[in-house]
Design a protein around this ligand. Structure first.
Ligand code: ADP
Ligand code: MG
Length: 147
């Protein structure tokens, strides 16, 4: 499914709605260039899981855990990962195959570790449609967030 947004608030809302359809054990892969809106999307996603704590990009850690929502959120940002091997060092399987929801920014960098059946979200700009336009492609079993 393709969603189009024209403001950060609308992108936030798409994240929130997707989270409301997402249950324990699911993995959301989030990709797109720097500054495209991945953090905005993730903040909406957290709110959709009833997390009230502010969510930011986990700059110095690969994964940040938010425990106070409807289900735990494991927020990964693997942008700075040098080698997928580092994922083993943090024990990523505990999260990927655990009882929470994983949202993985820059999942493309660890493609070989992403389980089948994960939901894919890609955010893209299109300058011909304005600076605030974003095309959000969602692929996976919860992709229809409208109902
Ligand atoms: P990323 O995490 O992908 O690097 P951020 O979410 O931190 O990107 O930043 C996205 C920036 O783009 C913010 O400054 C936000 O206000 C701006 N922006 C403008 N239009 C949109 C939109 N439609 N959706 C999301 N962000 C937008
Ligand atoms: Mg970010």
């Amino acid at each position: 499914m393709i969603y189009e947004t024209y403001s950060p608030e609308e992108t936030f809302e798409i994240g929130k709605k997707l989270a409301q359809k997402t249950g324990a054990g699911e993995i959301i892969c989030l990709n797109g260039d720097l500054g495209v809106g991945k953090t905005v999307f993730t903040q909406g996603f957290a709110v959709g899981l009833d997390i009230t704590e502010n969510v930011n990009s986990p700059t110095f850690t690969i994964v940040q855990v938010y425990d106070e929502g409807r289900v735990p959120l494991y927020h990964f940002d693997v942008y700075r990962i040098g080698d997928p091997e580092e994922m083993y060092e943090i024990g990523y399987e505990e999260y990927f195959f655990g009882d929470g929801v994983c949202l993985i920014e820059w999942s493309n960098l660890i493609e070989e570790l992403i389980p089948e059946g994960s939901t894919k979200v890609i955010i893209e700009k299109d300058m011909t449609k304005g600076t605030d336009y974003r095309k959000i492609t969602v692929e996976g079993k919860n992709e229809d967030i409208g109902n």
